[in-house]
Design a protein around this ligand. Structure first.
Ligand SMILES: [Zn+2]
Length: 670
């Protein structure tokens, strides 16, 4: 079990440099009272610690580190390169990014460095090394945090040149590039590497930024940009490493964030950390899925680097967290694999765009607040929970494939509908398992599928090299594969597989999709199952023929009435279910239920309940987290009667009713 920390880190981003010293002293008192034991510092302090090209100024940071060390904090030390100092822009304008419209940006914002600027690289590496030299041997610095929320993109000349180098390495010859991107189309053939142009609105990208004339080119640019920023991460990590021994090095990710291939990134990170900012209307199943994805990156416990204790400031409607909601949200994170609970931030700033972003200590300046009391309560409960949960694993019999290449490719595709969004599709299938309290691992395209009884691959549009063979072997040996419309269509360069859809999955699914109909938002169709029940469908309808599969449901209307819509194909010892259309929730549940029965997949507890029940297995016991995220009172399942709630220390009486956001944590011996 991977246990990088000696306790559950509880704390968050802290910027005492924005405050006079007397406030620091007061903060230490308040935070101790709330059982805060960790602080993430120096996230945006580059300008402060390097006021010019030649000067470093560490006095204030030394004082902060000393203060936190004396108080026995776990310090998460950031390298501060998430926002560049102004002098760097003034002297070297090339450090700024060029955007999709081709505009060179001036000083401003954050996440603003051109990843391929040698000047940025030089100074970022230097500051990371300086920090590591100075604080690397401090035993209280227990985690290194490179930069902050990497993201965005750059289309400058440095990037364009670096892209050509990246392509040369990948393809070898210019002919291979022409072939991969199918540049014969529109006569876009290139004869020299220097003719390759970054695909923004001035090149082959469409004006709207979401479409492209050549998806192969644009997908490669996304891969290249993700790799470029990953090189930035690796450069700082490698600068820090010699001074910090095996102290874990991370950077904070952002869940289903589109632009970076996090599965690739996670291979370079010691531990995954991420920032969880659900909106007022984000389904709890979506947050759970995001946690499972972040855990799935390394198939290991992760850090919750940021969440707000009360409200955000940057969403359209920044609702307050209701009493108990922050506690439930935090514990849901732990339930899905987090070994830390950290906030952004510990004290609310007085200016800048995040001045209304929630914090443990608000603008009133004292701790007599609802938010503080809730933070303190959770701190006490986590302290009571102790350390045996650290490293505990989330087990799952169901794997859902999540793949960033596929995410990019599917959403670049021009046609058949503009309403298809990758993450929402994945979530629809995840939600079924979530509602049933069936554990799910979010897995990469090249996972070991044999670990799972069911593998779900929704909208597996891009089938990359090796996947056909791996999925075939999986099903042949008794696995159950569930896939859907918009699957098996293109290779890794976005060129269509010839010979009929769904290309490499055709034999496995035992079907041939001849045409794909798109339904406008106001249009729906109905499908009828063989047992006579019906359900509605929308978005896309495959017109398919059975080539060995059995039909589970047929269309009830349109000119393709009676054609198969949902199928199942036995292949070797296993089965492939194919969803030819986007069914409503009940339809999806009906077919997934068949698969769950056939695969004998068990939920976390056998009792049906509207509560979330998630478990983590430690060395000697299993922890059951029970949440009520519904706006109605629900009974605690009877299997937990007379157990001790580890959060409160109280025995749970039979028939206990749970209100919204009530949370119970119970352990049972393995
Ligand atoms: Zn650039």
């Amino acid at each position: 079990m991977y246990k990088p920390f000696g306790r559950i880190l509880y704390g968050g981003d802290y910027n005492p440099n924005q405050w006079p010293k007397e406030v620091w002293e007061q903060d230490m008192e308040y935070f101790k009272d709330a059982r805060i034991n960790s602080a993430t510092i120096n996230v945006f302090s580059w300008a402060k610690i390097q006021p010019s090209e030649e000067e470093y100024y560490f006095d204030e940071l030394d004082e902060i580190v000393d203060m936190l060390s004396k108080e026995n904090y776990d310090i998460v030390m950031a390298t501060s390169t998430g926002a560049m100092p102004s002098w760097m822009y003034r002297k070297y304008p090339e450090v700024g990014r060029v955007d999709y419209q081709g505009r060179r940006h001036k000083f401003g914002q954050r996440h603003n460095a051109c990843p391929n600027s040698p000047v940025f690289q030089k100074y970022a590496k230097a500051i990371a090394e300086q920090l590591a030299k100075r604080y690397g041997s401090n035993p209280h610095v227990t985690c290194w945090h490179i930069s902050n929320e990497y993201g965005g993109e750059c289309y400058c000349e440095n990037c364009e040149k670096a892209f050509r180098v990246w392509l040369k390495k990948k393809y070898g010859t210019i002919d291979a590039v022409n072939k991969a991107w199918n540049l014969e189309f529109w006569g876009h053939t290139v004869y020299d590497w220097d003719e390759i142009v970054a695909p923004n609105a001035l090149g082959d990208g469409m004006e709207n930024g979401t479409d492209t004339a050549f998806a192969g080119l644009s997908i490669d640019y996304r891969r290249f940009m993700s790799d470029s920023m990953l090189e930035n991460f690796k450069m700082e990590r490698d600068a820090v490493r010699p001074y910090v021994k095996d102290t874990p090095i991370t950077t904070n990710l952002m869940g289903t964030y589109k632009f970076l291939d996090y599965f690739k990134w996670s291979k370079e990170m010691d531990i995954v950390s991420w920032d969880n900012y659900p909106s007022y209307n984000t389904p709890w199943s979506f947050t759970a899925m995001s946690h499972d994805l972040m855990r799935g990156l390394k198939d290991a416990p992760f850090m919750l680097m940021e969440q707000t204790p009360s409200q955000q400031n940057w969403q359209p409607y920044n609702s307050l967290k209701k009493p108990g909601q922050m506690r439930a949200q935090s514990l849901q994170t732990v339930a899905h694999g987090a070994d830390t609970v950290q906030f952004f931030q510990l004290r609310r700033s007085i200016g800048g765009c995040e001045k209304f972003h929630g914090a443990v200590i608000g603008h009133v300046g004292h701790n007599n607040t609802r938010v503080f009391r809730e933070v303190k309560q959770l701190g006490e409960e986590l302290e009571r929970l102790g350390t045996s949960i650290l490293g505990a694993v989330n087990e799952a019999e169901v794997g859902i494939i999540f793949d960033w290449d596929n995410y990019w490719a599917l959403e670049y595709t021009s046609g058949p509908t503009e309403d298809l969004t990758y993450v929402n599709q994945i979530h629809q299938y995840y939600k079924y398992f979530y509602d049933k309290n069936i554990g799910v691992n979010m897995i990469p395209f090249d996972a070991d599928f044999s670990k799972y009884k069911i593998v779900v691959a929704p909208v597996l549009y891009m089938v990359k090299e090796g996947m056909k063979e791996a999925l075939t072997e999986y099903v042949q040996n008794g696995g159950i594969l569930i896939t859907t419309f918009m699957s098996g269509l293109v290779d890794q360069s976005d060129n269509v597989y010839l010979g009929g859809y769904p290309g490499p999955l055709k034999e496995l699914a035992g079907i041939w999709v001849e045409e794909i109909d798109a339904l406008a938002p106001e249009q729906i169709n109905t499908i009828t199952f063989t047992d006579g029940t019906s359900t509605t469908c929308n978005l896309l309808c495959d017109l398919m023929h059975l080539e060995g599969a059995e039909c589970l449901a047929r269309y009830a209307s349109n000119f393709y009435v009676d054609m198969p819509a949902i199928t199942r194909n036995q292949y070797g010892k296993g089965y492939t279910y194919y969803f030819g259309t986007n069914m409503n929730k009940d339809g999806i549940a009906k077919v997934l239920e068949m698969a769950v029965q056939a695969a004998n997949v068990a939920p976390v507890i056998s009792e049906a309940t509207g509560l979330e029940v998630t478990c983590r297995k430690a060395e000697n016991c299993t922890y059951y987290f029970i949440f009520n995220f519904k706006d109605q009172v629900l009974p605690l399942p009877s299997c937990f009667d007379n157990c001790t709630d580890l959060l409160t220390g109280q025995i749970v009486t039979a028939g206990k009713m749970m209100k919204q956001y009530d949370t119970v944590l119970i352990s049972m011996p393995n």
